[in-house]
Design a protein around this ligand. Structure first.
Ligand code: AMP
Length: 222
């Protein structure tokens, strides 16, 4: 399974990628997670990225492309991968095409997560994340049993700096301007499949598996 997940912040890409990673034993490659690890670790990459991330803007293409060249060459990606949050601009998509061709890899599908803006704002501003194990909760829809404490590991759950309403609105604006052109890019390549990401998680996962299976069948018939 080799998939690219496309969709606005808060569309559920990370959540569904984590489920599919377990079901299909593939690598879940989230550029946001890699960048956040680097910010936490105080690396040069993290220092460069932090200011962009905190204000909801995109980290420059050359930084992200170099980071992903290194990540996709790692052994765990050989069995398959889900790219979550990359590419996010046309130059990134073009660089990815070159990279995949060099590595001799063909992607099964680009999955577009369709979700209305209001739902995204509601999901993201209420999102709470465990600072230790990364488990995701929601202040209204998926509360922790003890307020502010992770159900899984007992550490503190917090709001991400970029999940404040002001930054969420900026991230949505950036998505519309810089990432939505990728829909046309992948439609022209006939690799795009759409899923209704406003449904419950299990249904989204089932729809992705169905769509990818169908695409693979079509490819085999060719
Ligand atoms: P995410 O967790 O995917 O919402 O990403 C959080 C933040 O990381 C984004 O708002 C960007 O600042 C940065 N980021 C993640 N992926 C990319 C990317 N492919 N290109 C540029 N910036 C990115």
């Amino acid at each position: 399974m080799r998939l690219i997940f496309l969709g606005s912040p808060g569309a559920g890409k990370g959540t569904q990628a984590a489920v599919l990673r377990e079901r299909h034993s593939v690598a879940h490659v989230s550029t946001g997670d890699i960048l956040r690890d680097n910010v936490r670790g105080g690396t040069p990459l993290g220092k460069t990225a932090r200011e962009y991330m905190d204000s909801g803007r995109l980290v420059p293409d050359d930084v992200i492309i170099a980071m992903m060249e290194e990540r996709l060459a790692q052994a765990d990606c050989k069995k398959g991968f889900i790219l979550d949050g990359f590419p996010r601009t046309v130059p990134q998509a073009e660089a990815l095409d070159v990279l995949l061709e060099r590595l001799g890899i063909v992607v099964d599908a680009v999955v577009l997560f369709d979700v209305p803006d209001e739902l995204v704002v509601e999901r993201l501003t209420g999102r709470r994340v465990c600072g230790n194990c990364g488990a995701i909760f929601h202040a209204v829809f998926k509360k922790t049993s003890v307020p502010g404490i992770c159900d899984l590991c007992g550490e503190e759950v917090v709001q991400r700096d970029d999940d404040s309403e002001e930054v969420v609105l900026k991230r949505l604006e950036v998505y519309k301007k810089q990432t939505t052109p990728l829909t046309g890019y992948y439609e022209r390549k006939k690799t795009l499949v759409r899923v209704d990401a406003g449904q419950c998680g299990a249904k989204v996962v089932a729809d992705i598996e169905k769509a990818v299976g169908r695409r693979n069948d079509i490819d085999q018939e060719r």
